[in-house]
Design a protein around this ligand. Sequence first.
Ligand code: NAI
Ligand code: MG
Length: 366
Amino acid sequence: ANPTLLILAGDGIGPEVMDQVVRIIDWYGDKRDLAFDVEHDLVGGAAYDKHGTPLHDDTMAKALEADAVLLGAVGGPKYDDLDFSVKPERGLLRLRKEMDLFSNLRPAQCFDALADFSSLKKELVAGLDIMIVRELTSGVYFGEPRGIFEEGNERVGINTQRYTESEIDRVARSAFELARRRGNKVCSMEKANVMESGILWREVVQKVHDEDYPDVELSHMYADNGAMQLVRSPKQFDVIVTDNLFGDILSDCAAMLTGSLGMLPSASLGAPNANGHPKAMYEPVHGSAPDIAGQGKANPIACILSFAMALRYSFDQGDEATRLESAIEKVLADGARTADLMGPEGGTPISTTQMGDAILEALDAS
Ligand code: NAI
Ligand code: MG
């Protein structure tokens, strides 16, 4: 049987970039004899419009069964005033929680052709290859109590940062495992100077290291300093492991090292399924970009690179993932640019579909 992919394109530019991924999936079926059984379903605002919930139970069940889930993006101004329980983001959070995708891998890689385009000096980012491992299923986005409560004669908004030892332990392990396959270096980031959860985080990461990964070089850094160091000299890092909130912010910061949010893929991994592959969802880091949705301007590369990660981590097709990444590298080197990749010197951007065309052409030539 073919491996199964559940595609949840979502809202805004999600369906636009996912259309290009589908063309590439079809290409692999036609030209490389690598066919997937693809199923499409709704998530986020699109699911709310149809079912009154941002993730239908049937969709959740399909996601748990699929070999991998590909997600576009969710959200948009149309849904901003909805109750929190049915907000588009809620669909995404439910997928992450019920698939137990506790480890979010966000590579920040600098394609040579785009080194000039980075917000930083070229020499700081050329050849950059770092991986941010963000804890994804716990922390302040989930902790209780949460809510807006009356307190005296005013209201108070409360979220709770909460981490158990086992939650820290398993994400630390995934970071150390990853580091062994890369530069063998982990930097753990928290705020142990001001947060109890940070103190526990540092203690547990150190313990996991000392007991099971003494061969990996481990350092600890306060997350605010980490943000500064990421911009000052990003190449000092290999793998960064951090919590949900800091990881959200640090990975957006790392995004600008590589030029555009439109270039950044991610993978969210959980415990191995019956086939020995980690449960997995792949998605671009960017959101639904309502400011450019429906205009054919979106850069599909982040979503396409997310599929490349799926090839590598869920389907043991590392060579085919490299083929796809090389096709993207070639297209960029040839000067193809969507609007988000235009430098200050300007030029004529190509459309989402034209970027897809160019990548397919490069694949044909590979
Ligand atoms: P965003 O990532 O959607 O957009 C930020 C900026 O980057 C915008 O100017 C946008 O045009 C640009 N951009 C993003 N992706 C691009 C691409 N592929 N090509 C070209 N330009 C791109 O973040 P924002 O504006 O904060 O949020 C918009 C909506 O998306 C909100 O409803 C938010 O809740 C949701 N969101 C969803 C996420 C997800 O589905 N994982 C993640 C982040 C935000
Ligand atoms: Mg974010």
